[in-house]
Ligand binder design. Structure first.
Ligand code: PMP
Length: 410
């Protein structure tokens, strides 16, 4: 992969921050930067195509609808779903998970029924289910992790019982970088006749994903983490399962016929897409998926794997460095959470992040929306460096030099 060539596609990477040039952007797990092709396609649509999609007889509406439905087909291909009926546009991973939690529990769960999540979940995959706990009295069961941040599959198997209705786990941890063995997790769940939702927010941008090969029942991801616009995401669901779920929200687009006595609902996927969709964002998302597909997800994966390995090696040379998550690079995605010990205690993650920022290096600090995981690790938060296809070894070197500078200040 020609990293320097692709960097030219991202104008923001040439920014000067606090007099430091160029910006070292290592907060990609929170959101990635956008290539020109994405921004330009969206601007072009607003300037030249804009009209509300579906049901419009006029030219622009039909053109906008074609773009929007074409984007759905691009997503279908990207995930290798069987049918575009299985691709529901949402606002992002959070909304996708909430949709499944609410609609699945309404269709299939009663008081005392259980959902299995894991100790490393993002809040969106915890709180969505807790809301159903409050509404319906369902229970959360939690797969524990090892000290190295791996899921305990032996304990996972023990969680199944006659009340288990669904498993909902992350593909890749946004804190530990752990790549979970989701195929195995799905196989075990299916042996118990239980469907699985995979939170793909952190996997989709970094590795090829094939929902048929995984055999997951639901899969969620966000556009903005894969070089696309904010406010758009995807829920993949197997058609027979989606068909059995009630609608999520009521409104236009999701109905067939409405009367005050009785309303019938639209077919998939529109049943889950009430209201005017963000049809410009879907164009942007499709452009982003075209962009990464043209480079090749396997090439992006190899580049980021190399960078992560290099970063772990270089960062481990720093005195007092503590990196969380798996030591084995095969199990560790492009996310590195760390703290640096100095004279018996860790330099506070906020101090580290703020000082790195002054050196022109953007990392994320805090609990990363995973407070239960922080509790398990016995810490309040970490600094997190996360990589994308445009990051380089020189940026890793800048990070290492930056951390060493901060150490000297303490
Ligand atoms: N799950 C994981 C693993 C995440 O990293 C994130 C974003 N930090 C989310 C879910 C939520 O994604 P969004 O905010 O785009 O809905």
């Amino acid at each position: 992969m020609q990293t320097m060539q692709v960097r030219g596609d991202f104008p923001i990477l040439t920014k000067t921050i606090y007099g430091k040039y160029p910006l070292v952007y290592l907060d990609n797990a929170a959101t990635t930067q956008k290539p020109r092709s994405v921004v330009e396609a969206m601007t072009e649509e607003y300037y030249n195509v804009n009209a509300n999609v579906h049901r419009g007889v006029h030219f622009l509406s039909q053109q906008a609808t074609e773009l929007h439905e074409g984007s759905r087909e691009t997503v279908r291909k990207f995930l290798n779903a069987r049918s575009s009926s299985e691709i529901v546009f949402t606002r992002g991973t959070t909304e996708s998970i909430n949709l499944v939690a609410q609609c699945f529990s309404d269709a299939f769960m009663k008081e005392g029924d259980e959902v299995i999540v894991s100790e490393m979940e993002h809040h969106s995959n915890i709180v969505s289910w807790q809301l159903q706990q409050q509404r319906k009295g369902i229970k959360l069961r939690v797969i524990p992790i090892t000290d190295d941040g791996l899921l305990r599959l032996d304990e996972y198997e023990k969680l199944f019982n006659e009340h288990t209705r669904i498993v909902s786990v992350t593909h890749v941890s946004n804190v530990l970088g752990t790549i979970n063995p989701v195929k195995e997790i799905i196989r075990i769940a299916h042996e118990h006749g239980v469907p699985v939702l995979i939170d793909g927010a952190q996997s989709t941008p970094h590795m090829p994903v094939d929902v048929q090969e995984l055999d997951c029942d639901f899969f969620a991801f966000s556009g903005h983490k894969i070089y696309g616009p904010t406010g758009i995401g995807v829920l993949y669901g197997k058609e027979d399962l989606l068909d059995k779920l009630p609608p999520y929200m009521g409104g236009g687009e999701m109905i067939k016929n409405v009367s005050f006595e009785r309303t019938t609902f639209n077919e998939l996927p529109f049943k889950f897409e009430a209201g005017t969709p963000d049809y410009v964002a879907t164009t942007g998302l499709a452009k982003a998926l075209d962009y990464v597909s043209a480079i090749g997800m396997d090439k992006i994966e190899a580049h980021e794997r190399d960078l992560t390995q290099y970063a772990m090696q270089r960062m481990n040379e720093i005195e007092g460095m503590h990196i969380f998550g798996p030591k084995d690079i095969q199990q560790h995605d492009a996310v590195i959470s760390f703290l640096v010990a100095q004279e018996g205690s860790f330099i506070h993650h906020l101090d580290m992040g703020t000082l790195l920022d002054r050196l022109g290096i953007a990392v994320r600090t805090g609990h990363h929306c995973a407070e239960p995981l922080m509790r398990r690790l016995g810490i309040e938060g970490t600094c997190r460096a996360s990589f994308a296809l445009y990051n380089t070894r020189e940026e890793v070197d800048a990070l290492v030099a930056g951390i060493n500078r901060v150490r000297q200040m303490f």
